[in-house]
Design a protein around this ligand. Structure first.
Ligand SMILES: Cc1cc2nc3c(=O)[nH]c(=O)nc-3n(C[C@H](O)[C@H](O)[C@H](O)COP(=O)(O)OP(=O)(O)OC[C@H]3O[C@@H](n4cnc5c(N)ncnc54)[C@H](O)[C@@H]3O)c2cc1C
Length: 372
């Protein structure tokens, strides 16, 4: 049988995972990345059991988690610094990791699988018969095209696949700070989400030397979303975190949360994965997890069913329900943001104890990825 060929657009979590999974199954794979190198937001990322299993399946696990803390305990604290909810991950893994470390691990696995990555390669559009058009006018044919080009996906939009794109009311500024000697000696296993009004500050050790800070606020909150971070304002809102806030430097990147849904995840010979297919708010930290699961399962189904468009239909039918669930629960958990603080504290406390809600919230993390 002749080797099948895939052109992948985007070298993020989704694109690199798909590249590894396909190349390990005998495909020749080329990835187009518009940037001049592999770089991602200077921030951390939680990767749960589901995503870790994908990393294992494509040979990127060891390099990805090296030096990252096992973030098994998560506290939620109210404006008085009182714990209102506590969750311990028992029997399954979750690491908080520097994003660039994961991307580098994926790139290492891709290189070992003979994937070609082309930088400064901007894709303009794709057609359902398997043709990719680059911004410089060149056209490339492939058995499979994968649109892994993020929430503003050109590939997706050139095929008119979107059914819903909604900007949510909140967003987040992410950054990394250096660890203090005390933090360096601690086990780094506890992450804390502090609330004050509609604002949140998430504290997460994520490597031997770094702590990931995520500041969440309403998109209309111009002072809170300012970068560089307006430290005086944040110290007023979180007086008990003054010392921590003082450690924040000039860096940071603000992103508004959004929700994307497609009519279909594919058209003919083109599959859409990652944020391009299903961007979601990060309330349970599973955008990257779903991106990697769907990238791996895509390769799995293409391996079992030779007809590409039939394989893509089976892939979506089997895999979409867990992603749809993840989107629903992530949106639901964002609702308390605008509630009055006492009502929100009550809701978060119930959410932390209700067995049903915990099952809904952890279902994605405990899902066994197809192909892993
Ligand atoms: C605040 C915040 C916190 C989050 N926390 C978590 C978390 O803890 N855990 C988790 O699992 N997820 C988390 N997520 C979600 C996660 O970051 C995303 O789901 C994930 O990055 C999506 O990866 P992707 O590969 O689909 O897209 P992207 O990371 O956006 O990658 C797309 C790539 O395509 C390239 N590209 C775009 N257009 C073109 C083009 N035309 N031609 C060529 N290349 C192109 C881009 O340069 C980029 O490299 C969070 C998101 C946010 C906003």
């Amino acid at each position: 049988m002749t080797k099948r060929h895939a052109e992948i657009v985007g070298a993020g979590f989704a694109g690199l995972t798909a590249a590894c999974a396909l190349a390990r199954r005998g495909w020749s794979v080329r990835v187009h990345e518009r940037a001049d190198r592999l770089r991602t937001t200077g921030a951390g990322i939680y990767i749960y059991e589901n995503g870790l299993r994908v990393l294992e399946a494509i040979g990127a696990y060891e390099a990805a988690v090296k030096g990252a803390p096992f973030a098994h305990t998560r506290e939620v604290r109210d404006g008085h610094n009182q714990v209102i909810s506590l969750h311990r991950w028992t029997g399954s893994r979750v690491f908080s990791i520097v994003r660039q470390t994961v991307i580098n691990a994926l790139a290492g696995a891709a290189a070992r699988a003979d994937v070609e990555i082309v930088f400064n390669s901007v894709v303009a559009r794709a057609s359902a018969d398997g043709e990719l058009e680059l911004a410089d006018g060149r056209r490339l044919k492939a058995d499979l095209i994968v649109g892994a080009d993020g929430s503003n996906s050109r590939v997706r939009d050139s095929l008119g696949l979107i059914s819903k794109r909604k900007y949510l009311i909140d967003g987040c500024t992410r950054l990394l700070i250096g660890k203090t000697p005390d933090e360096h000696n601690a086990d780094g296993a506890t992450t804390v989400e502090y609330w004050s009004g509609s604002r949140r500050m998430l504290y997460t050790p994520c490597s031997e030397t770094e702590v990931y800070i995520a500041l969440t606020m309403l998109d209309s909150d111009e002072i809170a979303k300012g970068v560089p971070v307006k430290k005086d304002a944040w110290k007023r809102w979180f007086p008990h975190l003054e010392v921590l806030i003082d450690r924040i430097g000039e860096q940071g990147r603000y992103d508004r949360f959004e929700l994307i849904k497609l009519r279909r995840w594919s058209a003919g010979h083109v599959a859409i994965i990652g944020d391009a297919a299903h961007a979601l708010p990060p309330n349970i930290g599973q955008g990257g997890g779903c991106a990697m699961m769907n990238a791996l399962s895509l390769a799995y189904y293409l391996d079992r069913e030779r007809d590409i468009s039939e394989a893509l239909s089976i892939w979506e039918r089997n895999e979409r329900p867990i992603t749809d669930h993840t989107q629903r629960i992530s949106v639901l958990l964002g609702l308390p943001t605008t509630w009055p603080p006492p009502l929100r504290a009550l809701a978060l406390s119930i959410a932390g104890r209700s067995k049903w809600l915990i099952r809904q919230r952890t279902r994605t993390a405990l899902h066994r990825p197809t192909g892993a």
